[in-house]
Design a protein around this ligand. Structure first.
Ligand code: ISL
Ligand code: CA
Length: 560
């Protein structure tokens, strides 16, 4: 595969509202980010992905943009932004911005014009339809509960919103809309940013006639993803975007693409396709079974192996993977895939090894590098996420479901798990703010925090630092071929990486027991060395046979 900087990078995601507050208003901001860049440099990451910082009424924390060319006043000014970008570049850190172009805020001037009359020149910037027999134009279910349609009194038509009512979908079929987006992207790239993370980019092309979705269980609304995910023109639009914008810069792109198979993904990231650098696939974060996201069904290691290995194998030599276990939309990785109790530190390190040793660009979500965990708020009022509150209205207030049962699920799966303030130190509010934080801190900040991690040479932080440093030294971590071994082992997830005549063996114990590892016979070696491990390893033990401790991880280099 061709060598490129973004394949060799490690990306750190900042959710600005919760990262660092510089002025005591309880909301993270750009000057707060600037004040913590030395920390990111010490960690060693080479790219920051910054969740949206554009002007927004914050119905969905900045994923509802009312002006693409201004900074949200709560976060600072354009001058702060310019300073932040320079300060990142001075430290050798590139900046990837969030591109939220499937929809805008309903407070964006385009939408204000669009809804004002059917004749307005901006009408066709959005997706308007007449009702059908006094109902919505179709039965599609929104990502955030309820219908995707909202009736607008003034013109007596409905507009489409896949997310909240305050996030109307843009009409990408209109070339004027596409031009506006390309101009806006050029504006930011000309400022010197290094790429875009593209929000729900595979939803920008809807099928022309917007048919009803199949509704076998006869609910009021039904999931219509097949009519708007990977739609008929999505690749035409991305090719056009690439020709007009992306190809003119040395940049990276990562498309957020829920519901893609590896075959679909290759159409976005195939090396010859001239579309995107990589995509975020969702299969491993959607393992929870038929009841979907809002259920407590456990995930299975066999499924994780099968999914991750399929992505590793199917994209190998053809297109690039991204690697992540959590982000601002997902529960905390250590709570979900590891253990956030007795083995929090060990399992956080194990998960990091498991992920960073695969092929692809790893993404670290803020706080993951110190093993931050899920939070349990006891009262629905303490949650802030619009997805959670819409769900609550739909299922408890309107639907009469048991509030305690749903709260329990929200505690495990809700997006606010990822959005509590970054835990900097043991001072009140975790050192995030001197004021009242916009969302409560996780009470475990007293022990789980950056300051503590920096002092402890055995911390999760120092382990991540080591993994990131290893990637800079060893091309095998980036370009080596992945092969799953011990496919059927019920506790161990092990694989090898191979580049030329170099072989690395990666062994991860996903549970709290003591399984034994036996090297498959075909893997012959004469000498070995230990690359990294999350426990002290007895040097007399060989990679041929050993017993793992709870959540133990080891990486060996095998010499033939
Ligand atoms: O987290 C989810 C809902 O459970 C996902 O389905 C999520 O909504 C989807 O991945 C799209 O996410 C992106 O677009 C949303 C925004 O709310 C998310 O924060 C963003 O990552 C709308 O812009
Ligand atoms: Ca602030």
């Amino acid at each position: 595969m061709e060598r490129v900087w973004w394949k060799e990078a490690v990306v750190y995601q900042i959710y600005p509202r919760s990262f660092m507050d510089s002025n005591g208003d309880g909301i993270g901001d750009l000057r707060g980010i600037i004040s913590r860049l030395d920390y990111l440099k010490e960690l060693g990451v080479s790219v920051v992905w910054l969740s949206p910082v554009y002007e927004s009424p914050n119905d969905d924390n900045g994923y509802d943009i009312s002006n693409y060319r201004e900074i949200m006043s709560e976060f600072g000014t354009m001058q702060d932004f310019n300073e932040m970008l320079d300060a990142m570049h001075e430290r050798g850190i590139k900046l990837v911005m969030d591109l939220v172009a499937n929809h805008t805020s309903d407070e964006h001037p385009w939408f204000i014009e669009s809804r004002s009359s059917k004749e307005n020149p901006y009408r066709d910037y959005y997706i308007w339809r007449e009702g059908k027999d006094g109902h919505e134009p179709n039965n599609w279910l929104s990502f955030f509960s309820g219908s995707v349609w909202n009736y607008d009194e003034r013109t007596k038509e409905y507009y489409l919103h896949l997310f909240t009512q305050k996030q109307p979908d843009l009409n990408w079929g209109n070339p004027r809309v596409r031009n506006e987006i390309y101009d806006m992207m050029t504006f930011w790239l000309d400022k010197g940013i290094d790429g875009f993370r593209m929000d729900v980019i595979n939803a920008i092309s809807k099928v022309e006639d917007l048919p009803d979705a199949p509704n076998p269980t006869n609910k009021r609304y039904a999931w219509g993803g097949q009519y708007f995910l990977n739609g008929p023109n999505v690749h035409n639009y991305l090719r056009e975007m690439n020709d007009r914008v992306l190809s003119k810069y040395d940049m990276m792109t990562v498309g957020e693409t829920g519901g893609v198979s590896t075959e679909d993904a290759l159409l976005y990231v195939g090396e010859e396709r001239r579309e995107l650098s990589m995509v975020f696939q969702f299969e491993h974060v959607e393992m929870s079974g038929p009841a979907g996201k809002w259920s407590l069904e456990p995930w299975e290691l066999a499924d994780l192996k099968q999914i991750m290995s399929r992505w590793q194998n199917d994209l190998y030599g053809k297109g690039w993977n991204s690697l992540y276990l959590n982000n601002h939309d997902q529960p905390r990785a250590v709570s979900r895939f590891g253990s956030d109790q007795e083995y929090r530190v060990q399992s956080a390190k194990m998960l990091a090894t498991f992920l960073h040793m695969q092929q692809g660009t790893p993404y670290i979500y803020q706080g993951e590098e110190i093993g931050m965990t899920n939070v349990k708020f006891d009262r629905i009022e303490d949650y802030r996420d619009v997805e959670i509150h819409n769900l609550w209205k739909d299922r408890v207030i309107a639907g009469g479901e048991d509030p305690d049962a749903l709260l329990h699920i929200i505690q495990a799966k809700g997006r606010d798990n990822a959005r509590t303030p970054m835990q900097w130190d043991a001072h009140p509010n975790a050192g995030f703010t001197t004021g009242v934080p916009w969302i409560n801190v996780n009470p475990n900040y007293v022990t789980v925090n950056v300051e503590e991690s920096l002092h402890d040479s055995n911390s999760v932080f120092h382990y991540y630092q080591k993994l990131i440093a290893l990637r800079r030294e060893h091309l095998i971590m980036v370009y080596g071929k992945y092969d799953l071994i011990l496919d059927d082992h019920s506790e161990i997830y092990a694989y090898t990486r191979t580049l030329g005549d170099e072989v690395w063996l990666v062994v991860n114990n996903f549970y709290g027991e003591h399984p034994t590892f036996d090297l498959p016979k075909e893997l012959v070696y004469s000498t070995f060395d230990l690359i990294i491990a999350n426990y002290d390893v007895d040097p007399s033990e060989t990679p041929a046979h050993f017993t793992l401790r709870p959540y133990e991880s080891r990486v060996y280099r095998l010499h033939s």
